[in-house]
Structure formats: structure tokens, C-alpha cells
Design a binder for this molecule. Structure first.
Ligand SMILES: C[S@@+](CC[C@H](N)C(=O)[O-])C[C@H]1O[C@@H](n2cnc3c(N)ncnc32)[C@H](O)[C@@H]1O
Length: 289
């Protein structure tokens, strides 16, 4: 079992290497994941002048969208990896979003005082934290009483062909993709219904609810689907680095053949399902005199 430091080290190296792919495919990724941002934002009930924290913000979502809705407020975008936040800062400048700051830190050790933020968002970060319980306790600590935490994770692989098509193509050629340790960082680590809700409840959050959100990955062609997945999905990038070029070509052909079944109206539209989870920090109860 790797230590928390080892997990953070692997995550740091992995996401630093993926940051260029995320920047290149930014608009496709943002379109795919937009419904999840919208769901998180709706439940956080953004006010125009509040303080928000986006955890594992990566290239900037949903933090930048929240900042646009809170022009007199402020959003702190945090992530373990400076290279991902550098992309977020470039996106913020390009979009004219100035009420943000970025901070490199790990989700399970936040450099903020207790009760600092009105809302905390975590879009697709939970699966990668060394200790999901410790991280949730940190989110609850930095929330103000009455503030909300809203996060998203992926549901089971069968409901996410947008990624499993590529993974099956890779698995057909190589055994280098080790079966993920169910307790270690991997895309589907938090897929079990109630997994994240239980973390929220253990951290003392109230009114915990979870619900599923449909997404769709849209690319211009099957070939573009493969190019995009092979340049920004961590497991695919890692596995492809370990096979020779004929095997890479067979994997590509296999994935392209499978994803062609999802061609519709001149585009490729592959579905997926995420789960969102919301909870509220209890308001302070005034002491009786
Ligand atoms: C799938 S990306 C999500 C990025 C963004 N929130 C989005 O939805 O587009 C996962 C992010 O988690 C970050 N991450 C991994 N381990 C982390 C940790 N211990 N603390 C904070 N962020 C972490 C990675 O650097 C990466 O940017």
C-alpha cells in the first residue's frame, strides 16, 4: 500500500504530464463536462459577493464559471499540480476573469483558516486524493456554517463508454494496465452509490444528497475521439507509453472501430454518467444565556 506522499508524488507527475493534453482539448473537455459544472453551480447557489474554493481545479472548472457568477466575490482555485493551475490562469486571462487566485496545495492539507469559504466545489478530484476522509474533513473545516460542499465523481465503467471503449482497446493488446487498486487513486474509485455521501456524513455535513448527471463526449470523427482520449486520459497515456508502435496502431484501430458505432449526424457522440453529491455544514447554534 503506497503512502500518502507516494500517492501525491505519482499524481503530481501524472497530471503535470497531462496538462498539455488538457489545454489542447480544452473546448471538447469543457463541453463534455459542462452539465456537471452546471449541476454543481446550481446546488452551491452562488451569490454575487461570496468567497468560494475550487478543489482539484485543474484547468479551472468549475472555479472560473463560479467566479463569473460572483463578480464581487472571489474564488480560490487549488490543485496539487502547478502545471494544471497554469492552464487555469491562462484560461482566466483569456476569459477576462480577474476575481480568482490560484494556490498549489493538496486537498487533504488546506492552507486556509477555519470557516473561510461560503462554498466548496470538487469536480472530478475525489478519486485521486490519498485519503478521501481526511480531505472531506478539510473541506468541512474551511466551510462557513451554512456553507455547501458539492462534488462530482464518475459512476461505474459500464455507464461510461466514452472512456471504457479506449480502455478495452488498450487491454486487448497489453497487460501493462494493472487492474486498479479499488482503494487507490483511479477514475472509478468513488463510483459506488453512497461512497461520497458517507464521507460527507462522517465529516458532519447535513442534508446530504446525491444524483446522477448525464454527459456526452462529442468529437468530429472517430479518429479525433482517439487522438483526444490518448492525449488526456491518464490511464491511456500511461499504457500507450509502454507499448511499441505496431501495438499502438492496433489499439488505435480497435478503439476507432468500436467508437464508430456512436457516429450520429456527422459527429461522434459517446455518453457517460457522473454523480454529484451535495452537503451543508451545520449553522452555528447560538449558546443560551
Ligand atoms: C480530472 S482532473 C479535474 C480537473 C477539474 N476540476 C475539471 O473537472 O476539469 C483531476 C485533478 O485532480 C488533481 N489532484 C490530484 N491529486 C490531488 C490532490 N491530492 N489534491 C488536489 N488536487 C489533486 C490533479 O492535479 C488534476 O488537476
Amino acid at each position: 500500500m503506497p503512502s500518502a506522499d507516494e500517492i501525491r508524488g505519482v499524481q503530481r507527475a501524472t497530471w503535470a504530464g497531462l496538462s498539455a493534453g488538457w489545454e489542447k482539448w480544452d473546448s471538447v473537455i469543457m463541453d463534455q463536462l459542462g452539465p456537471v459544472s452546471a449541476a454543481i453551480i446550481e446546488r452551491l447557489d452562488i451569490a454575487s459577493d461570496h468567497q468560494y474554493l475550487d478543489i482539484a481545479a485543474g484547468t479551472g472548472e468549475p472555479g472560473l464559471s463560479i467566479a463569473r457568477l460572483s463578480p464581487n466575490g472571489r474564488v480560490v482555485l487549488t490543485d496539487l499540480v502547478a502545471e494544471m493551475l497554469d492552464v487555469a490562469a491562462r484560461r482566466a486571462r483569456a476569459q477576462g476573469v480577474a476575481n480568482i487566485e490560484t494556490k498549489v496545495c493538496s486537498a487533504d492539507d488546506l492552507p486556509f483558516n477555519d470557516a473561510t469559504f461560503d462554498g466548496v466545489s470538487v469536480r472530478f478530484g475525489y478519486m485521486f486524493f490519498p485519503d478521501t476522509g481526511k480531505a472531506t474533513a478539510e473541506f468541512a473545516r474551511v466551510l462557513k456554517p451554512g456553507g455547501r460542499l458539492c462534488s462530482s465523481v464518475w459512476v461505474k465503467p459500464e455507464e461510461n463508454p466514452w472512456t471504457t471503449i479506449a480502455m478495452h482497446a488498450i487491454a486487448s493488446e497489453t497487460v501493462v494496465v494493472a487492474p486498479p487498486d479499488p482503494d487507490g487513486p483511479n477514475m472509478f474509485r468513488c463510483a459506488a452509490p453512497g461512497y461520497v455521501s458517507a464521507l460527507y456524513e462522517s465529516a458532519g455535513l447535513r442534508d446530504v444528497a446525491e444524483w446522477d448527471v448525464d454527459v456526452e463526449l462529442v468529437t468530429q470523427s472517430p479518429a479525433q475521439y482517439w487522438e483526444m482520449i490518448s492525449e488526456h486520459v491518464s490511464l491511456a497515456v500511461a499504457a500507450l507509453q509502454q507499448v511499441d508502435s505496431p501495438a499502438r496502431e492496433r489499439i488505435r484501430a480497435n478503439a476507432i472501430a468500436k467508437v464508430s458505432a456512436f457516429e450520429k449526424d456527422g459527429k461522434v457522440r459517446v455518453p457517460g454518467v457522473a454523480r454529484c453529491i451535495v452537503g451543508t455544514k451545520a449553522s452555528r447554534i447560538s449558546p443560551r444565556c
